[in-house]
Design a binder for this molecule. Structure first.
Ligand SMILES: Nc1nc2c(c(=O)[nH]1)N[C@H]1C(S)=C(S)[C@@H](COP(=O)(O)OP(=O)(O)OC[C@H]3O[C@@H](n4cnc5c(N)ncnc54)[C@H](O)[C@@H]3O)O[C@H]1N2
Ligand code: MOO
Length: 405
């Protein structure tokens, strides 16, 4: 099978992908979720003209010329309603958040008043109508659209939805992603490693990236290089109703690379296999029923680069999220050699020069097994297939993994 260009592979992966169905979640569970519908206010806020200060509800005309003496006919606090009416020469003691009594049209703050006998005060400063009042609907009115479909919900959105009297919100279901490591040589971190064994590491980075892209991740453990072991984990992925199954390793052409044959034997239809990309060549995409299967190569950097370039766009599409990948340009901090027949994603550090422009410097060693250099990479320099060598100072396309300070 010929190698497929990266852009074509991404196009096929996303061709029929769309946002998953809607579910309703309580406000406390809605942070970071994607709103599935426009949300309108179920009430007006504030629902009544409210005092913004502690003081006295007055008729401004009474206190135009100070000092004026007013009879205190009652009091009203937040949560109460004053049943009477403020007539000329009268006032009502009022506290912040309380509804303005009928007849009053301003608040005299208590700092500007002094007692004048048992049931009276003296206004020491003049007040204009509307002073220290929050009119009904100042924030929003019933029926106003408060939040738009597609919003990724944050702190402000959640308080606004609550103020609009919503206890829960319709959000797009998170994609469920199963992550399955494969290989007889792998042991989980924290265990003894026997002869020929290594620690399974890829899944931890892949899961973290998938979670950042809004997915719910299920760790399906490590399958051995046998049809029975792979089939058992595939059954677990199906039972967990994974929207996407990511396998790590066993993707290439060796005798122990069984993911593709075993899964096709179980009914997976293969969409593509082998991409003109370095690292990541033996990537596979197939479908088994409703489940999408992405078979990533086992080399750690290959797994992680494929996750950035393919898994993230897919998960963001399924989750109804805006695409987060940031592609931009940078100047090369050091020369790079010519590219081979595959589009090359080179791990690089990223800095800003004295003018604030981005400078990307590729690491000397681009071996796809070196996890340390992936962890150190702030960006991937994108080189077209068969691109010529490039000098320091030349402009290159980059994918930003981590914003420089
Ligand atoms: N004859 C050929 N050999 C290989 C080719 C090829 O075209 N012809 N392609 C190479 C390329 S490119 C890649 S990438 C690798 C990918 O192979 P697999 O996907 O089959 O990966 P494995 O052989 O299972 O593993 C490769 C390497 O990575 C280690 N590994 C696997 N899983 C994990 C994990 N979860 N955590 C950490 N490390 C893992 C594994 O032990 C191997 O060292 O194939 C080339 N070969
Ligand atoms: O494509 Mo492999 O991922 O070069 O190492």
């Amino acid at each position: 099978m010929a190698m497929m260009p990266v852009a074509d592979a991404l196009g096929r992966l996303l061709a029929d992908a769309g946002a998953l169905e809607t579910e309703t979640v309580a406000l406390h569970d809605a942070r970071g979720r994607v709103l599935a519908d426009d949300i309108a206010a179920l009430r007006t806020q504030p629902p009544f003209t409210a005092s913004a200060m502690d003081g006295y509800a007055v008729r401004a005309a009474d206190v135009g010329g100070t000092p004026a003496t007013l009879e205190v006919i009652g009091a009203v606090a937040a949560g109460e309603v004053f049943s009477g009416r403020v007539e000329p020469g009268q006032t009502v003691r009022i506290f912040t958040g309380a509804p303005l009594p009928d007849g009053a049209d301003a608040i005299l703050i208590q700092e500007d008043a002094e007692p004048a006998g048992e049931q009276a005060i003296r206004a020491l400063e003049p007040v204009v109508a509307g002073r220290y009042l929050r009119p009904a609907g100042l924030d929003f009115a019933e029926g106003d659209v408060l939040l738009e479909k597609g919003t990724v919900l944050d702190a402000g959105h959640l308080s606004l939805a609550a103020a609009g009297n919503h206890a829960g919100l319709p959000v797009i279901r998170r994609p469920i992603v199963g992550v399955l490591a494969t290989g007889d040589e792998l042991v989980a971190p924290g265990n003894e490693t026997g002869p020929g064994q290594i620690v399974a590491s890829n899944g931890y980075g892949v899961a973290a990236i998938a979670r950042d892209a809004g997915a719910e991740v299920i760790d399906l453990g490590i399958a051995r290089d046998s049809a029975a072991s792979l089939e058992a984990r595939l059954d677990a992925a199906l039972a967990a109703k994974c929207d996407v199954l990511i396998t790590l390793g066993g993707a290439s052409v060796g005798d122990h690379d069984l993911v593709r044959p075993v899964f096709t034997g179980r009914g997976m239809t293969l969409d593509f296999y082998k991409i003109a990309m370095r690292p990541g060549k033996p990537m596979m995409f197939g479908r088994l029923g409703a489940m999408r299967v992405l078979g990533l190569p086992g080399n750690p950097v290959s797994s992680l680069v494929c996750t950035h370039l393919f898994v993230v766009p897919l998960l963001e599409t399924l989750g109804g999220r805006p695409q987060s990948q940031r592609r931009t340009v940078a100047r090369l901090g050091a020369p790079i050699g010519k590219t081979g027949p595959r589009e090359h994603y080179m791990r690089a550090s990223l800095e800003r020069d004295e003018r604030g422009a981005l400078v990307a410097t590729a690491f000397d060693n681009q071996d796809s097994s070196i996890i340390r250099l992936y962890a150190a990479a702030d960006a991937l320099i994108v080189r077209a297939p068969d691109a010529p060598a490039a000098e320091a100072g030349e402009t290159v396309e980059i994918v930003v993994l981590r914003e420089p300070r």
